[in-house]
Design a binder for this molecule. Sequence first.
Ligand code: NAP
Length: 367
Amino acid sequence: MLPFSSAQLSQTTSHLTPLLRSFSHPSPPPPNLLRRKLPLRVRSLDAAQPYDYEAQLRSNFRKSSSLKIAILGFGNFGQFLAKTFVSQGHTILAHSRSDYSSVASELRVDFYDDPHDLCEQHPDVVLLSTSILSTERVLRSIPFQRLKRSTLFVDVLSVKEFPRDLLLKCLPPEFDILCTHPMFGPESGKHSWAGLSFVYDRVRIGGGESRVDRCEKFLDIFAREGCRMVEMSCAEHDRYAAGSQFVTHTVGRVLEKFGLESSPINTKGYETLLDLVENTSGDSFDLYYGLFLYNDSAMEQLKRLDMAFKSIQNELFGHLHRIYRKQLLGDAEGARDLGTTRSVVQKLLSNGAPPNAEPPSDPDSAT
Ligand code: NAP
């Protein structure tokens, strides 16, 4: 039932009638215009295409190169990656043990409390950014049956052989696997990723064009930011990282406990130490512990660091000691002390083995 009568309606719209009539029966052009032949003049070379053609092309291109990426483990590093993924126009979903829904909405990420709901969104890529220690538990809790039959799994763990073996063991055979390690974090990559290394290993990528394409699109995220793309096997990565990563984090943590402070007369060397502390202090203890647990040589490196520290101490105190002894007892005793310091340094250089140790007789017993 209308709230007004038809008479009222015709009264209100009567002033529109001439206008409407002029649209349906356009008045003829004036006669002088009909008589003159106007030459065709091009007024615009770049005339707007129907339906905003360029914008449509741009949006189609974006859609064709954008991925739907589900991040599992939305802590420090997961959020850091999400910011750049979103800025490149990818659709990001996330799930984590803790509730990050408000952080996620600030980052324009859809947060799912339940991994079943997330998997039902059929992401192209599932990215594991969990702590090294919790990765197996998280992986085993994913309802694989709710994902697309072909999904790309990517991990960003700081160790590589462990997730590679785990993913090969746990994932259905039709899923693709890309193991990666962005060699930077929220501190070192806070301003730009340009020039920072991104290590990756295409562990298992199916033969179809779309699967190869999906993997390349994912790698392109890092290439577009200017990362130094380094393809190497997981085993090679772990061999290189074993000697550097754990030592870097350990020294950073020791210096943090030591309590370095900035001063108005910082040298370049001191600035480097302050940077190291800043880069490592934001990382969780879980991350550091994971590096210790999954690095076969971590224990040995810790012992060598300890020996190196003691050797430096010995050298310093030895010098001081010798001067006093020389003054008190003469040259012969001082020379004996010098010999002890040298033997400690040699032990350190030979990786902890006693300087004059005999080689083991049974070759199998050597490690
Ligand atoms: P992290 O402490 O190594 O990992 C934190 C993440 O693990 C959080 O999302 C956390 O979830 C999840 N988590 C921890 N324990 C869990 C459990 N029992 N069950 C389920 N989830 C659990 O810190 P991160 O810096 O964010 O690193 C994430 C991954 O990226 C690690 O594998 C790390 O090696 C790698 N990575 C880090 C950096 C870096 O600079 N930070 C650089 C390269 C690679 P909740 O927050 O929901 O509890």
